[in-house]
Design a protein around this ligand. Structure first.
Ligand code: DGI
Ligand code: FE
Ligand code: FE
Length: 191
C-alpha cells in the first residue's frame, strides 16, 4: 500500500479534525526526519497511521489488542484515551499492512513514550505534540524550536509539560509516562 492509498482509507476511519491533525503530524515527522537523517517516507507513514485507531469505540480497541496478544494495563483500561496507541499498532499491521517494526513500535509508544526511545519513536512523539494544528500547549514556540535542535531535550520538556497538564486533570497518570520522564529528565537544562 502506498501513502496515497493509505490516506484514502484512513479518511474514512477518522473524523475530519483527526484527519487534519494526522496530516500535520505526517508532514512534521517528515521535516524532523530530514533534519535528523531518518528515512522520510517511513516517518511519513508513522505520522499518517499513528492515530489510526483513535476514532474506534473502546471495545474495538480492546478487541484489537486481544487479537494481537498485546498486553493492556489497568490504567489503559480505565483511561481508554490511552488505548489507541497499542490498538493503532495492531490496526496498522492488520488493515494497512505495515510490517516495519520501527514504524509499528513508534505508533505503540506515541502517547506515553518509553525510556531510551529510538529515532523514529522520538520523531513521532514530538511531531504529534508540535504539528502546526496544535495550539493549546504552553511554551509551544520554545518546544518547536527545541525539536530541531535537540531531540532528547525536547522530549524532556514535552514530558515535563505533559505531566504538569495531566496532574491538573482527573484520571490517573500512566506510570509509563512518569517512567519516560524519569529517563529523559537528565536532558533538561532548565531547573
Ligand atoms: O492522540 P492525540 O490526541 O493526538 O495525542 P496523544 O496520543 O498524545 O494522546 C493524548 C491524550 O492522551 C490526551 O487526552 C491525554 C492522554 N494522556 C497522555 N498521557 C497520559 C494520558 N492520559 C492518562 N490518563 N495518563 C497519561 O499518562
Ligand atoms: Fe495519539
Ligand atoms: Fe496524534
Amino acid at each position: 500500500m502506498d501513502l496515497q492509498e493509505i490516506r484514502k482509507k484512513l479518511k474514512k476511519d477518522l473524523d475530519k479534525a483527526r484527519y487534519e491533525h494526522t496530516k500535520g503530524v505526517m508532514y512534521t515527522a517528515a521535516c524532523l526526519a530530514m533534519a535528523y537523517g531518518y528515512p522520510v517516507e517511513k516517518a511519513m507513514l508513522a505520522g499518517l497511521l499513528h492515530d489510526c485507531a483513535k476514532c474506534l469505540p473502546t471495545e474495538e480497541k480492546q478487541k484489537l489488542c486481544e487479537e494481537h496478544h498485546i498486553l493492556v494495563s489497568e490504567v489503559e483500561l480505565e483511561n481508554p484515551g490511552l488505548l489507541h496507541a497499542k490498538a493503532g499498532m495492531a490496526l496498522a499491521e492488520e488493515k494497512y499492512d505495515v510490517q516495519d517494526p520501527e514504524i509499528l513500535h513508534a505508533i505503540k509508544v506515541h502517547t506515553t513514550g518509553e525510556p531510551n526511545m529510538g529515532l523514529l519513536d522520538k520523531i513521532l512523539y514530538i511531531a504529534d505534540y508540535i504539528e502546526p494544528g496544535r495550539d493549546q500547549a504552553p511554551r509551544l514556540e520554545y518546544i518547536r524550536q527545541l525539536a530541531f535542535q535537540d531531540l532528547n531535550q525536547c522530549m524532556a520538556e514535552i514530558l515535563y509539560d505533559t505531566l504538569h497538564y495531566l496532574s491538573g486533570r482527573k484520571g490517573s497518570i500512566d506510570p509509563a509516562t512518569r517512567i519516560t520522564y524519569d529517563f529523559y529528565m537528565q536532558y533538561r537544562t532548565q531547573a
